[in-house]
Design a protein around this ligand. Structure first.
Ligand code: GDP
Length: 515
């Protein structure tokens, strides 16, 4: 087929494409099937070339790794309390002296071995990840309250764990409570084909009280035993790879993601691609908020340095360089957009009416296009006279002429915010200046800094302040901009606790309209 024919075909299928646009796999499949062909995509994406790596590890390269545990069960059966209790039992963590941070996963130590817990309880997170093709868990702990027994979400959690073919350990909780009946829980689960080991089945059961801390140690021992049977190993020397457990945008630190390393070792300075986001790992923190230099297989780490917020369940892989990483992330983003476009169905007036009725829509953004100025005014006039209680009509743009792609963009999509790091400077000395405060004597290592721009102050990889550049000087002169290789004096807005060795990261936040 010629490209023009395919564009025409897509047009007839209700999709607007130009010859220069690339098709998503899905769109290509749809077009092919419309021509009566079944498409087999043999060369998936250019990205795979870039990320290509030897995936198969030689047995000799493998070393044991910590098991990764998810806690599931019915609401109120004690998942959260159990996760908290397990964490408190960790002596190593306490010696550490850090402050407990909920980053989505943590690690405890038992008999000198590490165990990783995903601490977003509930199978929602688990199912969501699995739906995205991510297998993050080695063992599922099914929590059942001894006084309440098997409940609908117990059964649901069980089905998810079974479907994922993850070994299950049953924690019969709340044995301290009056009315607790651990035997009944065993009977109920046996009916669901989860037969306890002591009854001749394959499932370890441990009676616990999360509240009183009873038998938590035993539970950890059982988890290590199950892990031994699985013989969990990974190549810690391989390029790092893993999955995002959770991610969010932090006001001070920018996009933050907790990742679980599954293979290789992730280090500060590594470049990774993660779904449609990428990062040069600026800093890593453990669940005590302490800086980490590296995280090996089976270990979680909170990662700073992403250009955008990745999604839970996204996998991450290492990329050769920043340019490659950015390219892959952008390619994926555009493919995702195309896929969205293909799957997005046409919105009819009926749909809009439904949405209004369900309270989803309160404001209808309208772009008016008409053949001549006269009709444009008439239509706008009519629209604005239409008074509706539930929905406000807002004409955001009007013009004469045909509908363009930009018009559509304007009407549907909210802009996204992207962060660009423009420069980095090392604080080499500090000076107190009367009436102004502390000035950082800096050396610009990379990029450039501009007066009035946003800046983050990092100490040991942790963001201590997020503010703006209030003054910028070269020798005695105020300057607008300083570029790499030069020394300069930097003053920060409302922040004076600057120390030698701190790092200043200059950045900009850009609003990008989505297309
Ligand atoms: P989740 O919804 O499964 O996370 O359940 P929570 O951990 O929030 O626990 C629900 C309630 O049960 C809370 O009030 C806990 O204090 C209580 N609880 C949890 N474990 C125990 C236990 O072993 N014994 C008793 N008596 N109460 C418990």
């Amino acid at each position: 087929m010629t490209p023009a024919e395919i564009v025409k075909k897509l047009f007839l299928l209700g999709e607007m494409y130009t010859v220069a646009q690339s098709l998503s796999d899905e769109a290509a499949e749809i077009v092919a099937s419309d021509y009566g062909y079944q498409l087999q995509i043999v060369s998936p994406d250019e990205e795979e070339d870039l990320l290509a790596e030897e995936e198969v590890d030689d047995e000799s390269q493998l070393t044991p790794r910590p098991p990764v545990i998810t806690v599931m069960g019915h609401v109120d059966h004690g998942k959260t309390l159990l996760l908290d209790k397990i964490r408190q039992t960790d002596v190593v963590g306490q010696e550490h002296g850090g402050i407990t941070q909920h980053i989505g996963a943590y690690q405890v130590h038992k008999n000198g071995r590490a165990i990783t817990f995903i601490d977003t309880p509930g199978h929602e997170a688990f199912t969501q990840m699995r739906a995205r093709g991510a297998q993050s868990t080695d063992i599922a702990v099914l929590v059942v309250a001894a006084d309440d027994g098997v409940k609908p979400q117990t059964v649901e959690a069980l089905s998810h764990a079974k479907a994922a073919e993850v070994p299950i350990v049953v924690a019969v909780n709340k044995i301290d409570k009056e009315g607790a009946d651990p035997t009944r829980v065993r009977q109920q689960l046996t009916e669901l084909e989860v037969v306890p080991e002591e009854w001749g089945g394959n499932y370890p059961f441990v009676d616990i009280s999360a509240k009183q801390g009873t038998h938590i140690d035993d539970l950890l021992d059982v988890l290590l035993l199950v892990a031994d049977i699985q013989d969990l190993k990974a190549n810690e020397k391989a390029p790092p790879r893993g999955v995002v457990i959770e991610a969010h945008l932090d006001k001070g630190r920018g996009p933050v993601a907790t990742v679980l390393v599954q293979r290789g070792t992730l280090r500060v300075g590594d470049i990774i691609v993660c779904g449609t986001a990428w990062a040069r790992v600026r800093a890593m923190l453990d669940d005590d908020g302490k800086p980490l230099n590296e995280a090996g297989p089976g270990s979680p780490a909170q990662v700073l340095g992403f250009n955008a917020v990745p999604e839970a369940g996204d996998d991450f892989r290492s990329a050769p360089d920043e340019r490659g990483a950015r390219q892959i992330a952008q390619d994926r983003e555009s493919r995702r957009r195309v896929a969205d476009m293909v799957s997005r169905k046409t919105v009819t007036l009926e749909d809009l009416y439904e949405q209004t009725r369900e309270g989803e829509l309160t404001e209808l953004n309208v772009i008016l296009k008409a053949d001549v100025q006269g009709s444009l005014e008439a239509v706008q006039d009519a629209l604005e006279k239409m008074k509706m209680e539930e929905v406000a009509v807002r004409v955001i743009h009007r013009a004469v002429g045909a509908i363009t792609e930009n018009d559509v963009t304007l009407a549907v999509l909210k802009p996204v915010f992207v962060e660009d790091i423009t420069g980095r400077a090392q604080v080499r000395a500090t000076f107190k200046v009367p009436k102004i405060g502390t000035i950082a004597g800096c050396y610009m290592e990379e990029g450039k800094a501009t007066r009035g721009q946003k800046v983050r102050l990092l100490r040991d990889g942790v963001v201590v302040s997020d503010t703006t550049v209030s003054s910028l000087r070269r020798f005695k002169d105020d300057v607008r901009e300083v570029t790499s290789g030069y020394e300069c004096g930097v003053g920060l807005d409302n922040f004076h606790d600057i120390k030698e060795g701190d790092v200043l990261e200059f950045y900009e936040v850009r609003e990008v309209p989505r297309d």
